[in-house]
Design a protein around this ligand. Structure first.
Ligand code: ADP
Length: 261
């Protein structure tokens, strides 16, 4: 069998690779904390690829229930058949299950993963009355956006304490520049200017933005520039417009960025 080379690019920011490997070896669940667009998903894809493990990602939202994760009976002709959900599949086959934005999910999801996050490492399937032991390669990873501003859900302390937790944040300017160049092939001086704009806006805390400029937004701007869009316009549409709908703030940020690129 030929396995395609994936070559997922991920630039390590701190000790996250070592911590992930330790958690994987010790079968400890891992929680990635941090704002959106700081490389959490990319990191998991990279680690899964490095370890040759299959990864299932679930983007949790307010309707995500334990049934969605564990499985359900469906009617097929005259019969009802049980279909494993992604969590059950991952538990049985030893995959990595990544619950992105776990705090958004319904509370029964948190209840369902409890027995998987401690020494028991087992999943109770209430609809079947069965308990299954996790495959020894199974690993649970979740992400959470602490978002100190309104609109974000909190994760209960009793849940957080079931995980080893790693913080993700915007990288240092030099590292972020390298990410933009590697990821998009944009010239280094343009990458540096984009990162400078990003950092300038991140420091404008008085704007009270719910979320500020992420690496993802800078990557998008670099891609548009690389594809021929004018630099200023690329920054306007990829970096500034996604941040707010407030006209005055938009104009002020556009004026500011025009001076910088
Ligand atoms: P999150 O899961 O934290 O919301 P992502 O992993 O989706 O963020 O990252 C968004 C984008 O930012 C990625 O697609 C990638 O282009 C870029 N990125 C952010 N951090 C890194 C990093 N450390 N190495 C490589 N790419 C990164």
């Amino acid at each position: 069998m030929i396995v395609a080379e994936q070559n997922i690019f991920y630039k390590a920011i701190g000790s996250e690779v070592e911590i992930f490997n330790q958690c994987n070896g010790l079968k400890l669940p891992l929680l990635l904390k941090g704002p959106t667009g700081t490389g959490k998903s990319r990191f998991i894809e990279f680690m899964a690829d490095q370890l040759g493990k299959k990864l299932i990602t679930i983007s949790c939202h307010e309707e995500t229930s334990s049934t969605d994760l564990i499985g359900r009976f469906i009617i097929k002709g005259a019969e009802t058949v049980w279909i494993d959900g992604p969590l059950t599949m991952a538990v049985k086959n030893g995959y990595i299950l990544y619950l992105d934005e776990v705090a958004e999910a319904r509370p029964d999801v948190i209840v369902a993963i409890h027995s998987l996050t401690d020494h028991r490492r087992e999943l109770f399937i209430d609809k079947l009355g069965e308990t299954i032991k996790a495959h020894e390669d199974f690993l649970l990873v979740a992400s959470f956006n602490p978002g100190y501003q309104k609109g974000f859900k909190e994760l209960k302390p009793s849940t957080r304490q079931r995980f080893v937790a790693l913080s993700f944040d915007y990288p240092q300017a030099k590292v972020e520049t390298e990410i933009l160049v590697q990821e998009t092939g944009v010239d280094k001086d343009i990458a540096q200017k984009l990162v400078a704009i990003g950092n300038k806006i991140r420091n404008l805390t008085e704007l009270g933005l719910t979320e500020t400029v992420s690496t993802r937004l800078l990557v998008d701007a670099a891609k548009l520039i690389g594809n021929g869009l004018s630099k200023r316009l690329a920054v306007h549409v990829a970096v500034i417009e996604p941040l707010t709908d407030e006209q005055e703030t938009l104009q002020a940020l556009k004026d500011l960025s025009d001076l910088m690129i």
